[in-house]
Design a protein around this ligand. Structure first.
Ligand SMILES: NC(=O)C1=CN([C@@H]2O[C@H](COP(=O)(O)OP(=O)(O)OC[C@H]3O[C@@H](n4cnc5c(N)ncnc54)[C@H](O)[C@@H]3O)[C@@H](O)[C@H]2O)C=CC1
Ligand SMILES: O=C(O)[C@@H]1CCC=N1
Length: 283
């Protein structure tokens, strides 16, 4: 990895041009995270989008912008494909003739889109890494998993890992697991937001002011998540430690079990995973 001393606090700074094709929600979360970590300078990021409105939002972040996907490929060492899955094939075909396979790395974050289909749309030998990130990258609490393409080398995965670890955790797996990763952590923030909103609704129903109810609900999910990650205890054990005999929590848990809380979440993960597979099959 090509690195220099970082002046903003991160241990290293990447002296590479990072391009994004598609500058929507996920690209913004990643770009903002890379910049605020100090690993990539805003002036080293170039984002293309075909929406003028999106380009204005991106300019506010301080990154360079363009309407030309080709310009991103001409000027970047690492190119993140951050358009919707059904647009990936089109943009890859658009830029393919400009790719320098031995010098550039393509990182796709598109749900479902397989490494094979990405490689087929790019010149032979192009280095590809597929990643499933999530939006909490925006607040350096992201969860990402990456899988290497057939031409990717250790330097590529080290670079992607270094970037993604500035915005959260980044694990590596075989590509066959990435659709299930999408079901758990890619889509997962939406389930957590719905849970926070619902807990807050419950608090309001029981008389709490909305602001307090939402703050308590969010802090409770954050605290519970930290306990799982930091204590190493099984979530079931941590749940048991909240449930006093004949207490309030076990009364609530009984309702959750009767209504199928766990099964609903498992079904949700399954639905998102299957939808990712469908997206991959149709693109
Ligand atoms: N939003 C999320 O939580 C996550 C999204 N992803 C993946 O990230 C990708 C992007 O998703 P979002 O950021 O949510 O979508 P988005 O809709 O917010 O962003 C996509 C952007 O691409 C632009 N675009 C459309 N056609 C284009 C073209 N031909 N050339 C250049 N730009 C074009 C759109 O104007 C838009 O700004 C998707 O493939 C999705 O599967 C992955 C993990 C999490
Ligand atoms: O809903 C979606 O398709 C994207 C992929 C993972 C999260 N959002």
């Amino acid at each position: 990895m090509d690195v220099a001393t970082n002046t903003k606090g991160a241990e290293e700074q990447i002296n590479k041009m990072v391009g994004f094709i598609g500058g929507g929600r996920m690209a913004q979360a990643m770009a903002k995270g890379f910049i605020s970590s100090g690993l990539v300078r805003a002036k080293n990021i170039l984002v293309s989008d075909n929406s003028e409105e999106m380009l204005h939002i991106l300019e506010d972040i301080g990154v360079n912008t363009t309407t030309s996907n080709k310009e991103v490929v001409q000027k970047s060492d690492l190119i993140v494909i951050a358009v919707k899955p059904n647009v990936v094939g089109k943009v890859l075909k658009e830029v393919a003739s400009l790719v320098v396979p031995e010098k550039q790395l393509f990182v796709s974050i598109a749900a479902g889109v397989t490494i094979k289909s990405i490689e087929q749309n790019l010149p032979a030998g192009t280095h590809v890494v597929r990643v499933m990130p999530n939006t909490p990258a925006l607040v350096q609490a992201g969860a990402a998993v990456m899988a290497s393409g057939s031409n990717a080398v250790l330097e590529d995965t080290a670079l992607v890992q270094a970037l993604l670890r500035t915005v959260g955790i980044c694990e590596e797996s075989s590509e066959s697991l990435l659709d299930a990763v999408t079901g758990v952590s890619g889509s997962g923030p939406a389930y957590a937001f719905a849970a926070i909103e619902s807990l807050s609704d419950g608090g309001v129903k029981m008389g709490l002011p909305r602001d307090l109810a939402t703050k308590l609900a969010a802090q409770t999910l954050l605290g519970a998540a930290k306990m799982v990650l930091e204590t190493g205890k099984h979530p079931g054990q941590l749940k048991d430690e909240v449930c006093s005999p004949s207490g309030t929590t076990i009364a609530a848990m009984h309702v959750l079990e009767k209504k199928g809380f766990r099964g609903i979440l498992m079904d949700a993960v399954e639905a998102a995973t299957l939808r990712a597979k469908e997206l991959g099959a149709s693109n």
